[in-house]
Structure formats: structure tokens, C-alpha cells
Design a protein around this ligand. Structure first.
Ligand SMILES: *Cc1c(COP(=O)(O)O)cnc(C)c1O
Length: 357
């Protein structure tokens, strides 16, 4: 009772374990030779109104995009789930593992808001172990909150909105002792000095690593998120997803984007230079109390008057995220690193701001 398959099956919801997924017409047909005439899916064989042809359903297995990602990341295609953003992967983890009204999930606020939203949608109890001073994890609180119904633990590293990464020993300990799935959300991994947890999916059956093309890859509008884990977890996620969850345009453009990693790397380097510049210049401003160190493409900034400054920036055309109502984020704004020109305007406006208290 401890093969990876057994462990994952024991964690999965019984109805999902037993689920026979939708089988697309094309999966059932034996493969013949040469071009095929497709009269199986009630598509419009005469084509659509656009110059580009979207008349056919996209590949439900996303074979080409997974092959490219597998090669880039050094994993097997069977270890990759592709979602309509990593937000879809978060949703499906609940569907696969969390029994409504019975199971609980753990988060460490302040963190990404989607974990709690999905928990509420799926009727899961949220147990919180808030981060401590310096945004360090609270191991004892986490252990005290965990029980036999704890199915998902969300570890966001680097963490949104605090910008720090979680200590390696802490994540390792959780992988060793947490009874459910440990989700390491690495949305900001490409900006970080820390190594990814991706290689550890072979070691720990309960590890799921989330990544995305939305941040460093600059493709938030395309909607491509990845979940990496062992093939048994991936199979469960594939069972519960919509068959055609990534559309044909996303599949085509996603594949094209993966061919240009050096272009992405150079833009990430530019962002990091700008982040370092803001890190140094923001604290010189009157309205700024502290800029927290960041491993992401954003900075958490403690100011004298977060609500007032937020309003003032918005009225002057700069939208930032007011996180001042999150635990340990009193008077904090989360500011995304922009282009040099955007950051200059931000610094100019903030330099002219007169705090209200
Ligand atoms: C932005 C963000 C995501 C969302 O990614 P999508 O792939 O665009 O859905 C996931 N996790 C964290 C922590 C994020 O900040």
C-alpha cells in the first residue's frame, strides 16, 4: 500500500477515482494510413468565417506543447498537466482531491487569493497558518492545523504578495510529513535566485509544482498554466478537465513562444535590473517606510498612508495593488515592476505625494 499509484488513489475523491472520463471521438478511432476524412465530431467541414481555420477541435492531449515543455524542463510529457492558466490547475486539484463539506486545505496568508476562492467554491474548510515576522512560515501552527482530512497545502514560493521564497528545509519537511498534496506554486520562479522544486516530483509522490506562462513569459492573455507531478496525479487532473481546455490558438502560439527562451530570458534580466533600481530608489522617498526584498517581478512596499497613496496613484493613472488589509501587510502596496519609463513616472508621482498623516 505504498506505490505512488496507491498513495495517490488513497488521496483522490472516490467518485473521481471511479470516473470514466469523456472520450473524444478521435481517441476511439483506430489509426489508418495517410490523410483522414473527419466525419466524427460534427464540425463544419466547409470551414469558418475567419481566414485562419479554426473549424476543428484542438488536440485534447496537447501533445505538441507538452513535448516541447517536457524537453525544455527535463520531465516526461506524462508528468505535465496543461491548464487554462495555472488557476485551472488549482481548481482541478480541488475537484480531484477535496471532498466538499468534509476535507480541509491549508494556506499561509498573506498569499495568492485564488487558493481561498477555490476552497470556498468547492466547499472546503480553509485552515490558515499565517506567516510570521519577516514572512517566515509558522511550522508549529501548520502542524497543529493539519489532520487526516487535510488534502491540499498551498506553498507559494516566491510568495505573492510578500516576494520572499520559502526556506528549502521547510518545504522538504512538508513534503515528508504533510498527509495530502503539497502544491508549490512557482508562478514567479523565473525571477528567483532559488532553484525550482520541479526535479523533486520524482522523489515525492505528493508534490505538485505549478508554473505559468503568464508572468516571466509575458503571455498572461494566452492562458497557459502548467502543473507538474507524477503521472498518477496528472492522470486525475486530465480526467476532470474539460476535454478541450486549451484552445487551438493558445496551443499554436504557446508552442511558438517556447521556441524563444532567450528572448524571454533577456526581458527577465531587464525586469530584474528595474526591480533592483526600484528597490534602491523607492526607500529614498518620503512616503516610503520600507521595501521588502523580492524574488518576483513585484515589490511589496510599506508606505506611510497606503489608502491615500493608492487613491492618489490611481487618480494619476497608475494602478497598484493595495494589500494593506492582508495580515502583516499593514500600509503595504504591491507594485509590479514596469518598464523604465513607467517606473520613472511612478517614482516621480510618489516623490510628489504628501502623506495624509
Ligand atoms: C499570477 C499568479 C498565478 C496565476 O497564473 P495564471 O497561470 O495566469 O492563472 C498563480 N499563482 C500565483 C501565485 C500568481 O501570482
Amino acid at each position: 500500500m505504498n506505490t505512488v499509484s496507491d498513495i495517490i488513489n488513497a488521496l483522490a475523491r472516490p467518485n473521481i477515482r471511479a470516473l470514466k472520463p469523456y472520450s473524444s471521438a478521435r481517441d476511439e478511432a483506430p489509426k489508418g494510413n495517410g490523410d483522414r476524412i473527419m466525419l466524427d465530431a460534427n464540425e463544419n467541414s466547409f470551414g469558418g468565417p475567419l481566414t485562419e481555420d479554426f473549424s476543428r477541435y484542438p488536440d485534447p492531449h496537447q501533445t505538441a506543447l507538452k513535448a516541447a515543455l517536457a524537453e525544455m524542463k527535463g520531465v516526461l510529457p506524462e508528468q505535465i498537466f496543461l491548464g487554462n492558466g495555472s488557476d485551472e490547475a488549482i481548481d482541478l486539484l480541488f475537484r480531484a482531491f477535496v471532498e466538499p463539506g468534509q476535507d480541509n486545505i491549508l494556506t499561509m496568508p498573506p498569499t495568492y487569493g485564488m487558493y481561498a476562492v477555490q476552497a470556498n467554491i468547492h466547499g472546503a474548510e480553509i485552515r490558515e497558518a499565517p506567516l510570521q515576522a519577516n514572512f517566515e512560515p509558522d511550522l508549529l501552527a501548520l502542524q497543529a492545523a493539519t489532520d487526516g482530512h487535510s488534502k491540499l497545502l498551498f506553498l507559494c514560493s516566491p510568495n505573492n504578495p510578500t516576494g520572499n521564497h520559502l526556506p528549502r528545509e521547510f518545504v522538504l519537511k512538508m513534503l515528508q510529513e504533510f498527509p495530502g498534496i503539497v502544491v508549490v506554486d512557482e508562478a514567479y520562479q523565473d525571477f528567483s535566485t532559488q532553484t525550482s522544486w520541479l526535479p523533486w516530483i520524482d522523489q515525492f509522490p505528493n508534490l505538485v509544482v505549478l508554473q505559468t506562462l503568464s508572468k516571466a513569459w509575458g503571455l498572461a492573455g494566452l492562458r497557459v498554466g502548467m502543473a507538474y507531478s507524477n503521472p498518477f496525479v496528472i492522470r486525475l487532473l486530465n480526467k476532470v478537465k474539460y476535454p478541450y481546455n486549451l484552445n487551438a490558438m493558445t496551443l499554436r502560439l504557446g508552442l511558438e513562444a517556447l521556441k524563444a527562451p532567450s528572448l524571454v530570458a533577456s526581458k527577465v534580466a531587464d525586469i530584474l535590473l528595474e526591480r533592483d533600481r526600484l528597490q534602491v530608489t523607492l526607500p529614498r522617498l518620503n512616503c516610503v517606510e520600507k521595501v521588502f526584498p523580492s524574488e518576483g517581478n513585484f515589490l511589496l512596499v510599506r508606505v506611510k498612508d497606503a489608502d491615500g497613496l493608492y487613491q492618489y496613484l490611481a487618480q494619476n493613472g497608475i494602478i497598484v495593488r493595495n494589500r494593506s488589509r492582508e495580515p502583516r501587510c499593514e500600509n503595504c502596496l504591491r507594485i509590479t515592476v514596469g518598464t523604465a519609463a513607467e517606473n520613472n513616472r511612478l517614482l516621480e508621482l510618489m516623490g510628489n505625494y504628501l502623506p495624509q498623516s
